[in-house]
Design a protein around this ligand. Structure first.
Ligand SMILES: [Zn+2]
Length: 114
């Protein structure tokens, strides 16, 4: 919880993998970012922090925060269907509770359970 990005390896700034243009000094820009503990470099972008996604096909869940307000942890839900089997609904529900609890306790939620 030192608030630094020490030890954090950002893997997508090699120009071979960069798909974005118009960013004159990418490495310096990225090095200035402080990533939350839950952020995963593979899924983090220049402006948005993301955790490793929980994939319960066709639903994908994860933690999300904008870099400018990284203390405000949100839960991202992406879904490719509106009808899912019971097991998916059950698993998604459990995962949502876990993500919601984490975001609530570590972000700027009300800090209460449930
Ligand atoms: Zn990040």
């Amino acid at each position: 919880m030192a608030g630094t990005a020490g030890g954090y390896v950002y893997q997508t700034i090699d120009d071979s993998r960069s798909g974005e243009s118009g960013q004159p000094n990418q490495s310096a820009q990225v090095d200035l970012m402080t990533h939350p503990d839950w952020c995963e470099a593979e899924f983090c972008s220049d402006t948005e922090h993301r955790s490793t996604p929980i994939i319960i096909d066709p639903v994908t869940l994860g933690l999300y925060a904008e870099d400018a307000t990284s203390e405000k942890i949100m839960v991202e839900i992406r879904c490719r269907a509106s009808i899912v089997p019971p097991r998916v609904a059950y698993a998604v529900g459990r995962a949502l509770v876990q993500l919601g609890k984490y975001a609530n306790k570590n972000g700027n939620g009300d800090g209460r359970d449930g």
